[in-house]
Design a protein around this ligand. Structure first.
Ligand code: PGA
Length: 252
C-alpha cells in the first residue's frame, strides 16, 4: 500500500531558529497520527542541519528544496547532492514550478537532478504541473506527461521517487483545482508511470497534490482515489494550519 504523504514546502521562509521552534512544537502533536502517514519538511538549505538534528529518529522526514545536478564544481551558490547525502538528507524537491518559472529550470535539468539524487541515495520528489494558459488550451495532459518522462528519464529503477502534481495556477493563489481536476491529472500521471516503469513501480509511487491545500479543502481532495498526499506551501508555515493536514484521513 502507498503511504499518504503530507509534505511542507517552506520555500524561502523560516530561519534556523524559527525552524527549530516550529519543529519542537510540532513533533509532540503528531505522535498520534493516522497509520501509514508520512510527513516531510522541505526546508531552506541553510535550515537543513538543525532540521536533521531535531527530526532524526522522530519518524518525521525532511528534505531540500533544490540541488545542482553536478556533485562538485564551479557553481557559485548551488548545493551538491553529495553534500545533501553527507548531511543525511532523505528527500529533495525537483522541478518545483517556481524553479522552472523564476530560475528557468528545464525538463532536461530536472532529469539530471533526479539522476544525481539517486546516485546520492536521496529520494527525489518531482513536481509537475501546467500553467493556466496550457490548461485553457487543452494541453494539461501533454505538459504533465512530458515533464514526468523528462524528469524520470535517467532515474535508477531500483530507487524510489515521489511525484507532486501542482497546477501552476493553483499555487499560492487560493484557487484550488477541483477534486475531479486533481484526480483526472493523477490518473493520467499514474498511467504514464506504468509506461515508464511498469505496474509495480506505478502502484508504489505516491502522487501528491499541491496548490492552495488548506484545512478547509483537504478532506475533499484526500477523498480522490489517486491522490496520495499533499505538498503544502502557505498552510505549512503555521502549526495551526499544517497539523490538521497531517491528520487528514484517507478513506479507502
Ligand atoms: P501553496 O504552495 O500551498 O502555497 O499553494 C504549494 C507549493 O508551491 O508547493
Amino acid at each position: 500500500m502507498r503511504p499518504f504523504v503530507v509534505a511542507a514546502n517552506w520555500k524561502m521562509h523560516k530561519s534556523p531558529r524559527e525552524a527549530v521552534d516550529f519543529l519542537k512544537g510540532f513533533l509532540p502533536k503528531v505522535s498520534d497520527r493516522p497509520k501509514n502517514r508520512e510527513i516531510i519538511f522541505f526546508v531552506p538549505a541553510v535550515d537543513l542541519w538543525v532540521t536533521q538534528e531535531v527530526l532524526r529518529n522522530s519518524g518525521v522526514g525532511w528534505g531540500a528544496q533544490n540541488c545542482h545536478f553536478e556533485m562538485k564544481g564551479a557553481f557559485t551558490g548551488e548545493t551538491s547532492p553529495q553534500v545533501l547525502a553527507e548531511m543525511a538528507t532523505p528527500f529533495c524537491l525537483v522541478g518545483h514550478s517556481e524553479r522552472r518559472a523564476l530560475f528557468h529550470e528545464t525538463d532536461e535539468e530536472t532529469g539530471k537532478k533526479v539522476k544525481a539524487l539517486h546516485q546520492s541515495r536521496i529520494t527525489p520528489m518531482l513536481c509537475v504541473g501546467e500553467t493556466l494558459s496550457e490548461r485553457e488550451s487543452g494541453k494539461t495532459n501533454d505538459v504533465i506527461v512530458r515533464q514526468l518522462k523528462a524528469g524520470l528519464r535517467d532515474r535508477d529503477p531500483s530507487q524510489k521517487v515521489m511525484i507532486a502534481y501542482e497546477p501552476v495556477w493553483a499555487i499560492g493563489t487560493g484557487k484550488v483545482a477541483t477534486p475531479e481536476q486533481a484526480n483526472e491529472a493523477h490518473v493520467t500521471l499514474r498511467k504514464a508511470l506504468i509506461d515508464i516503469g511498469g505496474p509495480e513501480f506505478a502502484t508504489h509511487t505516491p502522487i501528491l497534490y499541491g496548490g492552495s491545500v488548506k484545512p478547509e479543502n483537504s478532506a475533499e481532495i484526500a477523498r480522490q482515489k489517486e491522490v496520495d498526499g499533499f505538498l503544502v506551501g502557505g498552510a505549512s508555515l503555521e502549526i495551526a494550519s499544517f497539523l490538521p493536514l497531517c491528520q487528514t484521513r484517507k478513506e479507502t
